[in-house]
Design a protein around this ligand. Structure first.
Ligand SMILES: Nc1nc2c(c(=O)[nH]1)N[C@H]1C(S)=C(S)[C@@H](COP(=O)(O)O)O[C@H]1N2
Ligand SMILES: [Mo]
Length: 233
């Protein structure tokens, strides 16, 4: 995992509303009124982003952010970032609710990590995000907590052992291939559950609960998918 230097993150406020979003908004206002449905709109959106995404990193070819198969339980969620809060609570001394900017006010890290879906496809993506360990430090996790449960805007949830998250230095991403996550890919944050199957990679995270319920089962786990979710080598 690579730390992102100070200069690299300076422009983060400027990049919150990427130029291409403004361009898109404009084109939609000019040409899109009454003609496109939501599906068309999101397709144009992603196609525009492919023009600026990073395609290769450190000599390694990356997948595109359009190589995912969108199969979320309720379809893409469109989160209003002005009212968005990420809550960290449960077995902590100091429950916190952080704005988007407050979450981004932590050290950024980048890493190429592969997401494997149980449906048999996978993508190699350059993720940029924040360590959960850094967020947990502010909340001051209680010693009895051994499980981290993630909740999302669409009602989805999943969990991993606290130990796994700390030992493997797992992060939540706000960028992929150098661009801010589009709504379809989990804006504002997706969990980069390295070495775990795609159903652990929760998108649109709204709440992170520190728990002592090691047997907690999330949405797909309750429906028969393995709670360990290890990617088989
Ligand atoms: N909130 C939420 N996160 C989610 C899901 C979902 O339905 N809701 N699907 C998961 C699954 S099964 C996969 S493979 C990954 C990637 O899904 P995508 O291709 O739909 O982006 O997101 C995961 N995160
Ligand atoms: Mo999946």
């Amino acid at each position: 995992m690579e730390k992102v230097g100070k200069f690299a993150v300076k422009g983060r406020y400027a990049s919150r509303i990427p130029k291409n979003y403004l361009f898109l908004l404009l084109s939609l206002l000019l040409f899109g009124c009454g003609t496109s449905n939501d599906d068309d709109t999101s397709e144009i959106d992603l196609e525009e982003l492919t023009k600026i995404e990073v395609t290769e990193y450190d000599g390694q070819d990356l997948s595109s952010l359009t190589d995912f198969r969108e199969n979320s339980i309720k379809g893409p969620q469109y989160i209003d970032i002005d009212t968005y809060m990420l809550t960290i609570d449960g077995l902590v001394e100091q429950p916190v609710s952080l704005s988007y900017d407050e979450v981004l006010d932590n050290q950024k890290y980048t890493k190429v990590v592969t997401l494997h879906c149980v449906e048999g496809w996978s993508v190699d993506i350059l993720w940029e995000g924040i360590l959960l360990a850094d967020l947990f430090e502010a909340a001051d996790v209680q010693a009895t907590s051994d499980t981290v449960i993630f909740y999302s805007e669409d009602g989805y949830s999943t969990s991993l052992p606290l130990r796994t998250i700390m030992d493997r230095q797992l992060m939540i991403a706000y960028k992929m291939n150098g661009v801010v996550l589009p709504p379809e890919r989990g804006f504002p944050f997706q969990f980069v559950a390295e070495d775990k199957l795609g159903y652990k990679w929760i998108k649109w995270i709204t709440r992170i609960e520190l728990s002592d319920d090691a047997d907690y089962e999330g949405y797909w786990e309750q429906r028969g998918f393995d709670n360990e979710a290890d990617v088989q080598p």
